[in-house]
Design a protein around this ligand. Structure first.
Ligand code: SAH
Length: 236
């Protein structure tokens, strides 16, 4: 936890003092091993970042006086469209996408996504939020990403994607194309990544008809959780 993410209801005095219990308190106690007078990196959800000076710490809680004087880092200019991965992989991807600064993530169905994945408890709002928060705390950011679910591929691509890709470069990562992924594009991008079994040809066609360009990131076929950071580091 490189930043302690704060929420409005942590404040015990107007925007000045917070009292934390539970996971964050334990972390400050056991990992930071903080004592009174120490300053820790903090940030308020969807707001500024700054420092918290420990004013009290014991086995029940930690209290800090907060100064919020810095903006969070600029968001990544990328909308991610991910075919819903296996629950365990989804957890990791949400955390890492959040830490890389992605703020818009669509999780979509596609032919090679197992239907049962849609019933996983990891898709509960609270569980998703947990991973996104871990990513923000990891990266020192405060702006919560938004995650949407779309369980019907064709209506999503035909009706919604044209609006989403407006003003962006729409790319679909596809190992079978010879077009290499562009580098350092310096413009907003919409990036579609397939499921473990890949998009089927019909889905690639539909995406291409909507304006997407298929790109590859080399001969090696990577796991989705590896492909995402590789793609983003080429593009930005
Ligand atoms: N057997 C599948 C592999 C899917 S890998 C196939 O041949 O399509 C899962 C997803 O990661 C892919 O759908 C793609 O979006 C992305 N990916 C992995 N390796 C890639 C590569 N070398 N080039 C482009 N995309 C890749």
């Amino acid at each position: 936890m490189n930043l302690i993410l704060l929420f409005q209801d942590d404040f015990v005095k107007d925007r000045q003092r917070v009292c934390l219990r539970g996971r964050r308190h334990e972390h400050v106690l056991d990992v930071h091993r903080a004592s009174v007078g120490d300053r820790l990196f903090v940030g308020l959800l969807n707001d500024k970042m700054g420092t918290g000076m420990v004013t009290r710490i014991d086995k029940d809680a930690v209290e800090m006086d907060i100064v919020l004087d810095r903006d969070p880092p600029p968001p990544l200019d990328a909308t991610l469209i991910l075919a819903l991965p296996r629950p365990i992989v989804l957890k990791r991807i949400l955390l890492s996408a959040s830490s890389m600064g992605a703020k818009q993530i669509f999780l979509i169905h596609s032919r090679r996504v197992e239907k049962s994945y849609w019933n996983s408890p990891i898709l509960d709002e609270e569980r998703i939020r947990e991973q996104l928060i871990l990513g923000l705390e990891q990266a020192r950011d405060t702006i919560m990403p938004e995650v949407w679910f779309r369980q019907k591929f064709k209506p999503f691509v035909e009706d919604e994607l044209p609006g989403i890709i407006k003003g962006t470069l729409p790319l679909v990562a596809h190992p079978e194309t010879s077009e290499p992924c562009p580098r350092q594009i310096n413009r907003p991008v919409t990036l579609a990544i397939g499921p473990e079994g890949g998009f089927i040809p019909y889905e690639i066609e539909l995406l291409e008809d909507t304006g997407f360009i298929s790109v590859n990131i080399g001969e090696r076929i990577l796991r989705v959780e590896t492909a995402v950071p590789v793609l983003l580091s080429k593009l930005f």
